[in-house]
Write a protein that binds this ligand. Structure first.
Ligand code: ASP
Ligand code: MG
Length: 299
């Protein structure tokens, strides 16, 4: 009997039917004797809609009010999932960020997690109640709601897993794992069984959008194994997904694990640069002045 955290992204909770499907995944884990905390995102498209509303109200707005508005999407999903679980005879309740409390710093709109007091949550799940936590949010030192930056529910989930001493954090999304490359671009792409935290960070840094980068950093720091799997797999027979774990836990080590395309990069060749001190610096200074990032230099 293990303690686990299950996280469901926006497409997995896009409507009531999908929330019902998520509830079946949660019930499966609870029925198998696990202590379960769940983290949910807002329903697909909801956060974008809320961000647009704040912009429409005023393009220059108070970041604390932005947070109050955009954090609401997750509150709705958490409540709906609790209701659906209760209707299935499962003991569940919703937890808003401040109720946990998940404490952040003062950087409203892109806050970092400062501390999580996991005792109350731990006690609830100890007693067999499923804790449905609103992702993406916490409470700042000013006593007001703060959000963790777009995609922040992944980070909420990993941080909560660390705080309640969960054995692993299962992140349910609309793909059934991490692939050797983007399957929409190459049909030879294969699902990876296990990948290290470092490799996952490397992928995220070049734009692979599986998980928020900070969630992987946190998982690595606190050694929380993270599994990426699909909520669209049948709840009674989920696929194995991809396990993101410590390098030492991977027996078969590959030299190259994945290929991640980056479409925001251009290759520029400059010919006949005189081999004199200061010439290269002159080029780099000009690029830096135009905010052009240099990723790789080949001489
Ligand atoms: N709902 C938030 C977003 O769309 C957080 C998340 O889904 O992770 O960015
Ligand atoms: Mg996401």
């Amino acid at each position: 009997m293990a303690r686990i955290v299950m996280k469901f992204g926006g497409t997995s909770v896009a409507d009531i039917d999908r929330i019902r499907n998520v509830a079946r995944h949660v019930k499966r884990e609870a029925d198998s004797g696990h202590e379960v905390a769940v983290v949910v995102s807002a329903m697909a498209g909801k956060t974008n809609e809320l961000v647009e509303l704040t912009r429409a109200a005023s393009p220059m707005h108070d970041a604390r009010e932005y947070d109050a508005i955009v954090a609401s999407g997750e509150l709705v999903t958490a409540g709906l999932l609790a209701i659906v679980l209760q209707s299935m005879g499962v003991d569940a309740r919703s937890w808003q960020g401040w109720q946990i409390p998940l404490k952040t710093d003062m950087a409203h709109g892109k806050a970092r997690i400062a501390d999580i007091e996991g005792e109350a949550l731990g006690e609830a799940i100890d007693n067999g109640e499923i804790a449905i936590c609103a992702g993406f949010q916490g409470i700042a030192p000013d006593g007001r709601i703060a959000t963790l930056g777009r995609g922040g529910s992944d980070t909420s989930a990993v941080a909560l897993a660390a705080a309640v001493g969960a054995e692993r954090c299962d992140i349910y999304t609309d793909v059934d794992g991490v692939y050797t490359t983007d399957p929409r671009l190459a049909k030879q792409a294969r699902r990876i069984g296990k990948i290290s935290f470092e490799e996952m960070l490397e992928m995220a840094s070049v734009g692979a959008k599986v998980l928020q980068t900070r969630s992987v950093e946190l998982a690595m720091a606190y050694k929380v194994p993270v599994r990426v799997l699909s909520s669209f797999d049948p709840p009674d027979a989920p696929g194995p997904g991809t396990l993101i774990c410590d390098e030492d836990d991977i027996v078969e080590k590959n030299i190259v694990t994945t290929v991640t395309p980056d479409f925001n990069e251009a290759s520029v060749t400059i010919l006949a640069v005189p081999d004199e001190p200061g010439r290269a610096a002159g080029i780099f200074n000009a690029l830096a002045a135009s905010n052009i990032n240099i990723d790789m230099i080949v001489i």
